[in-house]
Design a binder for this molecule. Structure first.
Ligand code: SAM
Length: 263
């Protein structure tokens, strides 16, 4: 396998547009002292600028064929974890770096949602996350209730982060060009005091159940909880579709179940 062959199974679309790379770096504004973690450095398109500004960087790369070139190019200031990012213990990384993390990356699109869900439980160890993702995924992440693309991903992430779509990136910024448009998104974990979900396991299950059939009314998708939820108290009508229910209402509904269990 030569360094020039991109591997589809690892979602490899390498950034080559200098203007786009610079724009992403200017938005991230890496600083000396930042505990930066890059997911999927690939051939180092973002790594170079991140390291120049921050002086050190941890990167997680699954593809062993890219490691030699990265090590030769960046030397010991780049700490490389050669593993699947879904097996990385980000809490341990934050403890080792003695500070909350700034997580960045042009993510492999085939596992972007699993990566976002892997990072969710360690949001308390994160300053911010800036990612390149498929535009449609970013649209779903930032969607408000009432939107056609508002769903489980929107609710789960907006309950824990403030999110902002930063700018769009066209396919020709990459080699090979992906078949889809891309977008940069930044996520800032909400301060602990604003984080109202009492039990994330209950919350996650309720949200998944609510969206199990988008066209059904919420009283039907949540029928398993009958008698245990006060929809009106959470500002929800029985006839609402799941996509009409606000994040805050889902949080209140899940907390009703938590209080019922612990109360
Ligand atoms: N950052 C580079 C760039 O912008 O040109 C590469 C981005 S490419 C879209 C995604 C990168 O993530 C590739 O280097 C790929 O090998 C790596 N990758 C894919 N799956 C991974 C996983 N499960 N864990 C860690 N890295 C992974």
């Amino acid at each position: 396998m030569t360094a020039t062959t991109a591997k589809k199974r690892f979602g490899q679309n390498f950034l080559h547009d200098r203007g786009v790379i610079q724009r992403i770096l200017s938005h991230i504004r890496p600083q000396a002292g930042d505990s930066l973690v890059e997911i999927g450095p690939g051939r180092g398109a973002l790594t170079e600028g991140l390291l120049q500004a921050a002086g050190r960087l941890t990167a997680v790369e699954i593809d062993r064929d890219l490691i030699d070139a990265l090590t030769r190019r960046f030397g010991p200031s780049l700490s490389l974890l050669v593993q699947d990012v879904l097996t990385v213990d980000f809490r341990a990384l934050a403890h080792a770096s003695q500070g909350p993390l700034r997580v960045v990356g042009n993510l492999p699109y085939n596992i972007s949602s699993p990566i976002l869900f892997h990072l969710l439980p360690v949001a308390d160890q994160v300053v911010d996350q800036t990612f390149m993702l498929q535009k449609e995924v970013v649209d779903r992440m930032v969607a408000s209730e009432g939107s056609k693309v508002y769903g489980r991903l929107s609710v789960m992430l907006q309950a824990r982060y403030t999110l902002e779509r930063i700018f769009l990136v066209p396919p020709d910024a990459f080699s090979p060009a992906p078949a889809v448009d891309s977008a940069i998104v930044t996520m800032w974990p909400l301060p602990q005091a604003q984080c109202q979900v009492k039990d994330w396991v209950i919350f996650e299950r309720l949200v998944a159940d609510a969206f199990s059939a988008r066209r059904k009314m919420i009283r039907n998708t949540l029928v398993a909880y009958e008698g245990r939820l006060d929809l009106a108290a959470a500002g929800v009508r029985e006839t609402d579709r799941p996509e009409a229910v606000a994040v805050q209402s889902y949080i209140q509904l899940a907390n009703q179940l938590t209080i019922e269990r612990t109360g």
